[in-house]
Design a protein around this ligand. Sequence first.
Ligand code: SF4
Ligand code: SF4
Length: 405
Amino acid sequence: MKCGFCTFFCPVYQEELVESSVARGKIFLTRQILQNKQPLSKEIADIMGKCLLCKTCAINCPAKTKVDQVVVGARAQLVKERGLPLIKRVIFRNLMANRRLFGLSVKFASKLQRFLPQKPGKMKHLPDFLKALGKGRHIPEIAKTLLRDQVKEVNPPTDSKQPRMRVGFFMGCATDFIFPEIGLRTIDFLTKRGIEVIVPKTQTCCGAAVYFSGDLKTGRMLAYQNINAFKNVDYVVSSCATCSSSLKDYQTYLPDNDEQKQIFEEFSKKIKDITEFIVDVMKIPMEELKLRQDFKGKTATWHDPCHLVRYQNIRNQPRQILQSLPGLKYVEMPAADRCCGMGGSFSIDHYELTQKIADKKLDSVKSTKADIVVTACPGCIVNLADNLQRREMTQKVCHLMDLLE
Ligand code: SF4
Ligand code: SF4
């Protein structure tokens, strides 16, 4: 089918109006490659890189084409034949694959960040000479103490009673290094409700950035480390939508044989995003949820992370929570599930496109007159906060767990 329905939905195509940006063009090129009519050239690598993997095309495609899997498959083939770009090779295989070294590097970077110009809040301003990371981008500060250094491995229920459940907390890189308070609030929320929370020190990066770039080999290595780290728990919960989605999706992108497929499928059954865990597993009566004092009287709107709404089909749960919080006014923004333009390394390689895509999201935010934009993915938080500052908008971005007592 070449209906072109995806052109109505693809955020990249809508900015560029170029066939190679959209699913139809990418699928056509992939077929050409498979038929040996097109070499795996640098040009193809650039085209396959220019995709947010937001899955909007796949969800709306009448033929149910798994566009995300086509793009990741093409990237994997590019990595096999052309290798990874040097910078990604060093970061994925030398840093992200070695959690201790990664942590040490981040701590070192946290010492250097004081040389960057300070912006309001916990943001820094990247000078123009750091073009590779985006011109003049605002980036959040690296935490003074990483989450893993603040939290114990075993966190019993606060009432000291027999735990009703034993849950592993998957922190993910952004929560560990930049937003430890989100992790601390999530652990606190769970332990206050009779759950024992295990935070294994041996857990590592979820692997999303790695395997979505086509490095399936390193992705598998990270997957096995995480599976081994979370052997003895009932569930694995994450407050990062990209992490919960990526852990569930090891089975989709990574298996090399049937045995691996079975292992990844088993693991995915344990994974829950915190939003679905609160509503569907803990089944907390919504009237029991309390809003933190700082947010009383505020108006909030919700941004759906792609990895929550399209990858995990989690749409109602966060809205149910927000709409039930006494003292908070909830306003739905137009096109709340539109991608914010982050797309992992997409926003580094195509920062100007990211800004244009984010502008549409921020126009939606503005129309609600909300004081805060709430979401559940640290990647979206970083991107929204950067673009809100660029546009000198006053809204704050928060994680859903920031709001809950
Ligand atoms: S990817 Fe789906 S929506 Fe796009 S042209 Fe093909 S069939 Fe149509
Ligand atoms: S995944 Fe998103 S960015 Fe990529 S082709 Fe589909 S709609 Fe466009």
